[in-house]
Design a protein around this ligand. Structure first.
Ligand code: SF4
Length: 180
């Protein structure tokens, strides 16, 4: 267990911290842009890695989606799933790959319910992770808009969109027919 992981039991506090960090980064964006994103990435990366590894067990994917996943890092899922759990979650809510570990998506969902600002983003569809950004600073990638750009050769298959609760309700009859 990471030394700061207990902080994840306070997701509302963490989302406030996330908002404050975002505002601070945006404030310094003109300066960072003048100094060069790549150069500041090298300076900032160790601090980002240390702080996020201690609290979230961050794997430095370079495209942080913590605020959309209940302040729970999706890269700590053994399958690196970024859009909810696989079909193998055990009846006790634990992971099928590491039975002694609680499924990170069970924790993410529970935490998101305590997040008034970003909790609803749990229903956002996340694009596939761009492995070319692995190891770089997600903070700088956000400022440089690298985290929302498709890598060369990727086509926009479908735009990112919010799934409405009414849509889920509409799927229920067809899902129960399939089950029957
Ligand atoms: S989503 Fe990526 S950047 Fe954010 S905590 Fe997880 S590994 Fe780190």
């Amino acid at each position: 267990m990471n030394p700061g992981s207990w902080l994840q039991n306070y997701p509302h506090f963490l989302e406030i911290l996330y908002l404050a960090t975002g505002r601070l980064l945006s404030f310094f964006d003109p300066l960072v842009s003048r100094l060069g994103y790549d150069r500041v990435d090298r300076w900032l990366r160790p601090a980002e890695e240390l702080s996020k590894r201690v609290i979230f067990d961050c794997r430095m994917c370079g495209q942080c989606v913590l605020h959309s996943t209940g302040m729970t890092c999706p890269m700590t899922c053994p399958k690196n799933l970024r859009n909810g759990p696989c079909g193998g979650v055990r009846t006790n809510g634990h992971c099928e790959v590491i039975p002694e570990m609680k499924c990170i998506w069970v924790m993410a969902f529970e935490r998101s319910k305590q997040m008034p600002a970003f909790g609803s983003e749990m229903m956002d569809l996340q694009p596939p992770v761009n492995r070319q950004l692995e190891g770089s600073s997600a903070w700088i990638n956000m400022l440089a808009d690298k985290d929302s750009q498709l890598p060369a050769g990727w086509e926009e298959a479908s735009p990112r969109r919010f799934i409405k609760i009414e849509e889920i309700e509409a799927w229920k009859p067809s899902l129960s027919q399939t089950a029957a």
